[in-house]
Design a protein around this ligand. Structure first.
Ligand code: ATP
Length: 909
């Protein structure tokens, strides 16, 4: 640590030319002008070279707080021996080695080491999985390197880097701003001030300005709420303002509710096991067994029956499960979310891009007083087709102003490829309109001189263009928002007032388009002699209707399937959109989210309703239209007040509160802002609704696997304890030696347990309802299973012991083998809660088949190989004996298959 500090000190003095760390990082950057700041940081407006950046990274370290120093391999291995009971066992084994057989001690130590190896493998895999997840969700920064713009992991930023920032992002490091455009930053994490601050790039005085007033600086981890800008990095990692106030917390995942509950349960169980072990010791000694042997036996039993691997296995299952989900495009940002996923009852999803492809195309236009369909013609052009089959070229002069307006009132950039094929970059709505205008060979709209930009609240935008004779303004936006501000209609040559009847006709046409699932935009214009005043009131009133456009955004085919799947799984899918109610309803119907009878609730309705009425309405509503982000949080809360568990999607800065409030906040990986991702539990790397449903199925499967592991391990432990506890009371000699107990624990807790944690999905996984989040992991028959199967396993083992004792033979080898193999049978049978092994197919979990075969082979080796016989105190069984043992060992398997048969009958599957 001391060395690392020294390194940083050195690095800083290099940059600032000497002085203590304290003085230098507190340099009053806000008083310097842009070029002095760049000079002090030895940077330029075009950023650093990669070579220089790499050198600085070497000196400053990564731009992160509380680095995880990655636990060392040896550290993980040694940690396996930290367990108190293992220590006691090793000490007891050593003592007994001195007084008794050294051979036994060696075998015990070997088994304990093997156990540690299994534990090590488990923990190492989970560590790796967690690391991979952390890397996947690392924040990014847009930076100039080698005179080019590059997107890098924010941890790679160094002082002197030039970084571009924009609304929705989280500031990645402390920076002196070089230029700003309406840049507003929420600095509440640092200053407590909840109103966003408007930033500037001009130098400020005096030197001793409070942090919140240094308007030309931005600080790491604050949130950009509007605008964009560029700055030069002044401090990274622990040298940033945040680093100074942040406690260097031990990086590490918070424990999930299940992990916490299991840790508590584990402690109680450990005390119980210790008490039983003490009883076994006392009963054995009372029966006249050797006290030293009984002590070792009792300690071995305690080691075997305390499920010390439980929390680790839960972490592994969650972490590996999360890693697998990331491969199928669902990135889990918080581990507890994996558990919660299985309990989700409502998915509230945005429409555009999540349920639909977000690939808009213009399919209908209404110009003047005529409705046309756009029919693709040769190459990249189209014809306007009327209902009676006539076709017109879009370039006729009467349509000229309409297409010019669509071209002008647009920020998408159209590109023409070598072969004449067209493409465009920009926002999908704009791309569709720009492409249509281009294909229609739109004439130039004039030089654009001003713009009133689009945003989701306004639902429209206006541009002003200078023409040879005066100015023209074009406004495009949601039909229902614009049409009330329209006074007349363009005929192709002049504007004429709209009569009431004509107004109604236009409205009917727009409604019919929306009912077909089209997004309907209106385009309006206005002529000006002088450059008009840039205000909504001046520009967006008394407008002339130029025409309407209907845009088609097809539903994602996989979303239809996912909607059906989620319904079958007892989850209600709900669509939320900024679009028109009729458009929303039609698309929701196409997707199977809503029927014709379902009401469409609008943002305005949500505002009008009081808490109770909204709480009732959200249980019925399947489609919300014309909704703004602030309505989403009301929907989430109303659903939660009904006891529902809600997954809610979002992408913008304003969606963050709803994402935080939701039980599972889901952010878009492609179109989502940093802020939305930061507020979320799950990131959809492909922005696809189907991925949410896949993640829910994954969450359910992971939880099932944890239950499976617990069911298997604790049943085995119950059986081991019962065998050892009941034998003396039944007048039987000590059934198992310490090494037998430890061996059974190793092979059962080890490989089959791990294999069960990788089991595939149950056949009824998405045919059953969501799990009640308050439900204990032992619910739905798990603890009853542990007890009755534990009793059965112990019963079969003790019966074998008694029978062989009575009739002569290698009774101890028999108990040992019956117990070990019964557990293998159990492992095969608990693979599913309800399906029989034969229906599942033996080889569908190859890992488990491998584990069982290996255990079987080892057990045979222990019985028949002379060297192992010596170590394990076993004797060779006759073929008849071996046959009988195998038959007895299948009893547990058959009984558990019987239990599943009864369950299946009850489910009627
Ligand atoms: P969803 O909520 O389904 O994801 P969305 O986020 O695309 O939809 P917004 O972008 O908020 O919805 O758009 C709301 C409305 O504003 C649209 O229905 C459309 O009528 C209009 N609109 C969208 N983009 C533009 C634009 N670039 N210019 C003018 N109007 C637009």
């Amino acid at each position: 640590m001391a060395r690392a500090d020294g390194k940083k000190r050195l690095a800083l003095s290099y940059v600032f030319g000497g002085g203590s760390l304290q003085e230098q990082t507190r340099l009053p950057w806000h008083t310097l002008d842009q070029s002095s700041a760049l000079t002090r940081l030895e940077s330029t407006a075009n950023g650093l070279s990669s070579k220089e950046a790499a050198a600085r990274a070497e000196r400053h370290g990564p731009n992160s707080l509380g680095e995880t120093a990655g636990t060392s391999l040896l550290g993980i291995f040694l940690a396996q021996f930290k367990d108190f009971m293992i220590g006691v066992l090793l000490v007891a084994a050593l003592i007994s080695g001195f007084i008794g057989e050294a051979k036994d001690t060696i075998v015990i130590i070997v088994i304990v080491v093997l156990n540690a190896v299994v534990g090590f493998v488990q923990e190492y895999r989970s560590e790796k999985a967690m690391e991979a997840l952390r890397n996947l969700s690392a924040p990014q920064a847009t930076v100039w390197r080698d005179n080019e713009v590059a997107v890098i992991d924010a941890t790679g930023l160094v002082p002197g880097d030039i970084v571009k920032i924009e609304a929705g992002e989280i500031v990645p490091a402390d920076m002196r701003l070089l230029n700003t455009a309406g840049l507003q930053v929420d600095e509440s994490t640092l200053t407590g001030e909840s109103m966003p601050t408007l930033k500037t790039s001009d130098p400020l005085a005096p030197e001793k300005l409070p942090l919140g007033d240094r308007l030309n600086l931005v600080y790491s981890s604050t949130i950009i709420t509007a605008g964009h800008g560029r700055g030069v990095v002044t401090a990274t990692g622990i040298n940033s303002e945040l680093g100074r106030i942040a406690e260097l917390v031990e990086a590490g995942e918070p424990r999930t509710p299940l992990q916490k509950r299991l840790a508590g349960f584990g402690r109680t169980l450990a005390l119980g096991v210790l008490a039983v072990s003490a009883l076994v010791f006392a009963a054995g000694v009372a029966r006249g067994e050797d006290p030293a042997l009984m002590l070792l036996t009792a300690i071995s039993l305690a080691v075997a029956a305390i499920p010390e691997a439980l929390p680790a296995v839960v972490t592994i299952s969650l972490a590996l499960g999360a890693q697998q989900l990331a491969k199928s495009e669902a990135l889990i940002r918080r581990l507890p979310a994996v558990e919660t996923l299985g309990s989700v009852t409502f998915i509230c999803s945005d429409k555009t891009g999540t349920l639909t492809k977000n690939e808009m195309t213009a399919t209908e236009v209404f110009i003047g007083d005529r409705l046309f369909k756009l029919e693709p013609a040769s190459g990249s052009s189209f014809l306007l087709a009327t209902a009676d089959g006539r076709k017109l070229a879009p370039s006729s002069p009467e349509f000229e102003l309409f297409w010019a307006g669509l071209r002008g009132c647009n920020n998408a950039i159209v590109k023409e490829g070598g072969e004449g094929e067209l493409s465009a970059v920009g926002e999908p709505t704009e791309v569709a309109l720009a492409l249509a205008a281009k294909q229609a060979k739109a004439s130039a709209p004039g030089v654009r001189v001003a713009e009133l930009p689009f945003n989701s609240e306004r639902k429209r935008m206006t541009t002003v263009h200078e023409r040879p004779a005066g100015f023209v303004s074009f406004t495009k936006g949601a039909f229902d928002v614009l049409f009330s501000k329209v006074a007349s209609v363009w005929t192709g040559a002049s504007a004429v007032s709209l009569t009431e009847a004509e107004r109604r006709r236009v409205e009917e046409i727009a409604e019919a388009m929306a009912a077909d699932g089209l997004r309907v935009l209106a385009l309006t214009g206005r002529f000006w002699d002088e450059k008009p005043e840039m205000s909504e009131t001046a520009l967006e009133n008394q407008m002339i209707l130029l025409g309407l456009v209907g845009l088609m955004d097809p539903a994602r085919p996989e979303a239809v399937e996912a909607v059906e799947l989620s319904r079958a799984a007892g989850i209600t899918p709900v669509m939320i959109t900024g679009d028109h109610p009729a458009t929303a309803r039609r698309i929701a119907q196409d997707l199977g989210i809503a029927t014709e009878e379902d009401v469409v609730v609008t943002g305005a309705d949500i505002e009008d309703l009081d808490g109770d009425r909204l709480q009732a309405l959200v249980m019925e509503a399947r489609v919300y239209a014309r909704v703004a982000p602030e309505h989403k949080i009301k929907i989430v809360q109303a659903l939660q007040n009904n006891g529902e568990l809600v997954a809610m999607t979002g992408d913008g800065v304003n969606d963050a509160p709803a994402l935080k409030a939701a039980d599972i906040g889901v952010a878009m990986g492609i179109t989502g802002t940093d802020v939305a991702k930061e507020a979320s539990d799950l990131v959809l790397l492909d922005d696809n609704f189907a991925t949410i449903v896949r993640a829910i199925a994954g969450g359910r499967r992971i939880y099932d696997n944890i239950r499976r592991f617990i069911k298997y391990t604790l049943t085995s432990n119950t059986a081991e304890i019962l065998v050892m506890l009941l034998a003396p009371f039944m007048g039987l000699p000590l059934p198992l030696l310490p090494i037998h107990i430890l061996w059974i624990n190793l092979v059962t807790d080890g490989l089959p347990g791990l294999a069960l944690a990788t089991e595939g999905p149950e056949s009824r996984l998405m045919a059953r309802g969501p799990r009640n989040p308050a439900e204990s992991i032992f619910a739905r028959g798990l603890w009853q299973h542990m007890i009755w199967v534990g009793i059965l396993m112990a019963g079969v083992s003790l019966f074998s012991q008694a029978w062989w004792l009575e009739n002569g033979g290698a009774w101890q080898t028999v108990v040992f083998t019956v117990l070990a193999l019964s557990q293998m049978g159990h492992a095969l049978a608990v693979r599913s809660e309800t399906d029989s092994l034969f229906r599942q197919g033996l080889f569908t979990n190859k890992f488990l088949v491998g584990a069982v075969t290996l255990t079987l082979a080892l057990q045979i080796g222990i019985i028949y190989l002379p060297i192992l016989q010596g170590l394990f105190h076993t004797e060779a069984l006759t073929p008849q004996e071996l046959g009988a043992v195998l038959l007895l060992s299948t009893l547990v398997f058959l009984a558990v298959e019987g239990e599943k048969l009864i369950k299946r009958r009850n489910y009627r599957v």
